[in-house]
Write a protein that binds this ligand. Structure first.
Ligand code: F6P
Length: 344
């Protein structure tokens, strides 16, 4: 093993630089050189890369985003791109590749592995949404939840001063991990997640009951992918990205209107959006990121291709990438049941 490539794909995520640092510093101990591929799969297609050494990763831990850049490029979308990616791998003289990403980026890795394209790939589990299987949690989730919790905490005081309902829209395309954790941690009066059908009657009844009890404000936390009445999600744009996703957004505003209409209570909505992905990672995500990156390099050294670093309890082990991308990890229904205890 002489040269290992590393790429970061999909939405950026706090802790990506920690993964890069973990991989590069582990490689340095084994005299392996690391090539940073710019902008995810796009960089492999274009053979666009930069050398990464200890100096290049020296001050990157507190930095959000990814020093390598990212993209949502899917080589399986455009004819010829898979072949170009294989060419890029050869051109960059890679012996192996670490793909750091969520279900989309790792889905591509899994396909390349399954089709026997000759690429030696291992994965690292990234996403603020925490919806990747095969790992107890992904890096980035902890930072995003902390940002969302702080935001909801702050909204309590302004909601209370104005006797309003505040609806907070958080990220979570297919899974409501951020909404549930932040909503529970910051005492939301109702939490909407994609996994549980929305019950507007129930939600409004809870808000009315609170008022009757003298609590003249309320906080609702909604995941962007939660369904509105009729099972529809709110979308900003009908155009699909290269992985076939629509741009979600708008559930907060739609809910606010519905609440005002049904209860007569003044309601405002806030969309946290990309704030949840930006800025410095938490200590947890820095450590998890470095451990995932170091483990990925260890897997490569051991020749265990097709595996992904995975957090299992307090240990970092490995799982086949196909396990991670086979099924989405949705929220634990027991945790949602617990959250209901605190609604209102
Ligand atoms: O990383 C996943 C995610 O955070 C989803 O929750 C969200 O729908 C999506 O990214 C939005 O990403 P972007 O606007 O950067 O394409």
């Amino acid at each position: 093993m002489q040269r290992v490539g590393i790429l970061t794909g999909g939405g950026d995520c706090p802790g990506l630089n920690a993964v890069i640092r973990g991989a590069v510093m582990t490689a340095a101990r084994h005299n392996i050189s690391v090539t940073g591929i710019r902008n995810g799969w796009k960089g492999l297609i274009e053979a666009d890369a930069v050398p990464l050494d200890a100096k290049a990763v020296a001050d990157i831990l507190p930095k959000g985003g990814t020093i390598l850049g990212t993209s949502r490029t899917n080589p399986y979308k455009k004819p010829g791109d898979v072949e170009k990616a294989i060419e890029g791998y050869k051109k960059l003289k890679l012996d192996a590749l670490i793909a750091v990403g969520g279900e989309d980026t790792l889905g591509v890795a899994n396909k390349l592995l399954k089709e026997g394209k000759g690429l030696n790939i291992v994965g690292c589990p990234k996403t603020i949404d925490n919806d990747l299987s095969g790992t107890d949690s992904t890096f980035g989730f902890d930072t995003a939840v902390n940002i969302a919790t702080e935001a909801v905490d702050r909204l309590h005081t302004t909601a209370e001063s104005h006797h309003r309902i505040m609806v907070v829209e958080v990220m979570g395309r297919h899974a409501g991990w951020i909404a549930l954790h932040a909503g529970l941690a910051a005492s939301a009066d109702y939490i909407l997640i994609p996994e549980v059908p929305t019950d507007l009657d129930k939600m409004c009844a809870i808000l009315k009951k609170r008022r009757q009890e003298g609590k003249e404000y309320g906080i609702i936390v909604a995941a962007e992918g939660a369904a509105l009445a009729g099972g529809q999600t709110a979308t900003k744009d009908v155009q699909l990205d290269s992985f076939g996703h629509v741009m979600l957004g708008g559930i907060g505003e739609a809910l606010a209107k519905e609440i005002e209409k049904r209860t007569g209570f003044e309601t405002r909505s806030v969309v946290l959006g990309h704030l949840q992905r930006g800025g410095a990672p938490t200590t947890f995500d820095r450590i998890a990121g470095m451990r995932f990156g170091a483990k990925a390099m260890d897997l490569i050294i051991a020749g265990k291709f097709g595996y992904m670093s995975s957090l299992q309890g307090t240990e970092v082990n490995e799982v086949p990438i196909e396990v991670a991308v086979g099924k989405l990890k949705t929220v634990d229904p027991k945790l949602y049941e617990l959250a209901k205890t605190f609604f209102g």
